[in-house]
Design a protein around this ligand. Structure first.
Ligand SMILES: [Zn+2]
Length: 97
């Protein structure tokens, strides 16, 4: 798998596995933690999360839902501090690059 920066197209990309905590639930959010691969561009310093990270977070959410099937919410977002993107944003960025 060749990693490429969505901003500057550089292939000087490194992966940092990071413990990422994200809220799940709107009424009474609970924090879930997933270890995800954050990509960092060595040229423009951009950081992003790609579909692999999304898939890992999906897995964590599904496990939680299995444990607590009645938890009152199905909504979540993966956007935070300009570093994490929703699936559609990741898709859009992939189409641009
Ligand atoms: Zn870059």
């Amino acid at each position: 798998m060749i990693l490429q920066c969505p901003d500057c197209n550089s292939r000087n990309v490194t992966t940092v596995w990071t413990e990422y905590t994200f809220p799940y639930g709107v009424v009474n959010p609970v924090n879930l933690t997933a270890k995800v691969p954050v990509r960092r561009c060595g040229c423009c310093k951009e950081s992003w999360l790609d579909y692999i990270g999304e898939a890992i977070m999906d897995r964590v959410v599904k496990d939680f839902e299995k444990q607590y099937p009645k938890y009152p919410n199905q909504h979540r977002t993966s956007y935070q501090d300009g570093l994490w993107y929703t699936k559609s944003q990741v898709q859009a960025r992939r189409e641009i690059s």
